[in-house]
Design a protein around this ligand. Structure first.
Ligand code: HSE
Length: 329
């Protein structure tokens, strides 16, 4: 790899919010979100050449992050990325240092893949920055995904890719965790709208994992496997009704919904209005409803905004899948 250094300005990486689990695929399925009104629903990380490393945090949820930049996940991503360059034989002392700015647009502990969004934006941005500097791409998508999963694991207490993979790659993704095929893209339904509502309260992923049983009974295991397999088959055959019928959570929701005020009545309303599916987004408290028309999505979005949101931190969006995933501009 050439270490010839070129002049550099700056770039910004954006990484979208995501729904982990998508109800039926605990730790194995994820979906990237894009509000249909064009608003950003994801974190941004700006990277510029600098004399020495520094991290600045801005944005609506900046004050919810640790005050010490050394404890910020983006700083940890930077150090991890540099170490991976060292492991590859790159002389990192000859590289420019970077100033990074995290624009923290997503609430933490929201179930929207907030930490994944910061991590993905940081790694994707760093890889593009050092591609420009070195004149060659240091790491491929699979290398990056492994790094992202590792850092996500440091935050949530266990390595799971169901937020970082869709956030990075876009669309609906299935984790295979087989060699360098960490995540597989799945087909989806272009006419589906995904209403995503954040209630405004905080649920830590580690806490939401701690309340789950350590073992799952045989009958539940078989139902889980059947639903996930049939769902994937239905996606490939574009059988909307069958796919939607498989979208129930037999692993986490029965335990986690006790942490979510108004969950049952929200689902009841969504179902009455014709939602194809309703569930917890990641480890909550956000919820999502899948609709096959904008009309239904609009009614459910308004009802959730009026009834599921608990305080002025909450918000609700009508989304489609973000097929692009992380981008640099
Ligand atoms: N699969 C993870 C969980 C997602 O449900 O704990 C967390 O966003």
């Amino acid at each position: 790899m050439s270490n010839s250094i070129i002049q550099h300005t700056s770039l910004t990486a954006y990484a979208p919010a995501s729904i982990g689990n998508v109800s039926l695929g605990f730790d194995l399925l994820g979906a990237a979100l894009k509000p249909i009104d064009g608003s950003l629903l994801g974190d941004e990380v700006k990277i510029e050449s600098a004399e020495q490393f520094e991290l600045t945090v801005e944005g609506r949820f900046a004050d919810k992050l640790p005050a010490d930049p050394a404890s910020n996940i983006v700083t940890q991503c930077y150090h991890h990325y540099l170490q991976c360059l060292v492991n590859k034989g790159v002389d990192v002392d000859a590289l420019p240092k970077v100033a990074m700015t995290l624009y923290k647009h997503l609430p933490i502990g929201s179930g929207l893949g907030s930490s994944a969004s910061s991590i993905v934006a940081a790694f994707h941005g760093l890889n593009q920055f050092f591609t420009d500097v070195l004149g060659t791409t240091p790491f491929n998508k699979s290398d990056l995904l492994l790094m992202m999963g590792e850092l996500e694991g440091q935050i949530s207490g266990s390595v799971h890719y169901d937020n970082v993979a869709p956030c990075f790659l876009g669309g609906l993704t299935l984790m295979s965790e087989y060699k360098d095929q960490v995540a597989l893209p799945l087909p989806s339904f272009n006419n589906w709208y995904w209403v995503s509502c954040y209630s405004g309260i905080t649920v830590s992923t580690a806490a939401a994992r701690a309340i789950l049983p350590k073992e799952v009974p045989m009958a539940i295991t078989i139902q889980f496997g059947r639903q996930l397999a049939v769902f994937v088959d239905a996606l490939y055959r574009q059988d909307e009704n069958l796919a939607a019928a498989m979208m129930t959570d037999v692993i986490a929701e029965p335990y986690r919904k006790s942490l979510l005020p108004h969950f049952d009545e929200s689902r009841e309303f969504a179902k009455q209005q014709g939602a194809l599916a309703f569930g917890i987004s990641g480890s909550g408290p956000s919820v999502f409803a899948v609709c096959d028309s904008l009309e239904k999505a609009t009614i459910i979005n308004q009802w959730l905004a009026d009834n599921y949101i608990q305080n002025d931190t909450g918000f609700s969006h009508i989304c489609q899948l973000d097929q692009q995933g992380a981008v640099v501009y």
